[in-house]
Design a protein around this ligand. Structure first.
Ligand SMILES: Nc1nc2c(ncn2[C@@H]2O[C@H](COP(=O)(O)OP(=O)(O)OP(=O)(O)O)[C@@H](O)[C@H]2O)c(=O)[nH]1
Ligand SMILES: [Mg+2]
Length: 237
């Protein structure tokens, strides 16, 4: 075969990727078994950087943490800034920095979630929300043992994004359209966005929210209370 000087052929790349995803799948199943054994529902929250995941989670914990036992796995490449923002609401927080022993990856994978589990009192929790690393591509490729996926899309990102990043939009069970308080200041085309979303994920549940004003956050909390319920039960399209 000779020295490839760090380069791989297409076939070799596919083989390596399949091995990584196969190993991820195995650990994701183990995570899922641990969550099921503890009776915990798990939601994987994904988005591009800055779409509003942490702001929404703070509003979510403010509403739900007094009534439900919630854990958060906070994924970031570096810093505890987001984990710190979610402290003090009564939820259990486990931080995963991918830059700390996980190669600075741009997503959370199943082994990273497994590393966080000993730091959560799983048996005492009802719901675990995973804030994935801000990235519109890679997080969608890695199952982590979650029951449901939700993604936050901010109207500041542009209505064409479902067409450009279809894998993420297709993998979400619920699309939260955030920062709607900014709509009067933007030329965001809501109808075109809905058409583009329908083109890549027909019939997906959609919920318009503003994590800033709180609009729609209660409906999101209702979905979280029963994310395994009938599709389309809570969100409005
Ligand atoms: N106007 C407005 N700003 C928002 C809203 N939600 C979040 N923001 C702002 O958007 C910025 C990014 O919000 P974050 O909650 O940090 O976003 P994130 O998705 O957690 O970001 P990463 O974790 O870095 O990917 C902050 O300045 C928030 O105050 C919203 O509904 N309306
Ligand atoms: Mg965040």
């Amino acid at each position: 075969m000779g020295d490839h000087s760090g380069y791989r052929t297409g076939a070799e790349r596919v083989e390596v990727l399949e091995r990584i995803l196969g190993e991820n799948e195995r650990v994701a199943r183990a995570n899922r078994a641990a969550f099921d054994a503890a009776g915990v529902t798990v939601v994987n929250l994904m988005s591009a950087p800055g779409a509003g995941k942490t702001t929404l989670l703070a509003e979510t914990l403010r509403r739900l943490a007094p009534h439900r036992r919630i854990g958060v796995i906070e994924g970031d490449i570096e810093t505890s800034l987001d984990a710190d923002r979610l402290a003090g609401f009564g939820a259990s927080i486990a931080l995963v920095n991918t830059g700390n022993g996980f190669g600075g990856e741009c997503h959370l994978d199943a082994p990273m979630i497994a590393s966080a589990l000993p730091r959560l009192p799983l048996a005492e929790l009802d719901l675990v929300i995973i804030e994935n690393v801000g990235n519109l591509v890679c997080p969608a490729e890695f199952a982590v043992g979650e029951d449901r996926r939700a993604m936050v899309f901010a109207v500041t990102e542009g209505e064409e994004k479902p067409l450009k990043y279809p894998v993420m939009f297709r993998s979400a069970d619920l699309v939260l359209v955030n920062k709607t308080d900014l709509l009067p200041h933007l030329d965001f085309d809501t109808e075109a966005f809905r058409r583009n979303l329908d083109a890549v994920h027909p019939g997906v549940d959609v919920l318009a929210i503003s994590a800033r004003t709180g609009m729609g956050v209660n409906a999101w909390c209702d979905w979280l209370a029963d994310p395994l319920g009938a599709p389309g039960a809570a969100p409005t399209r």
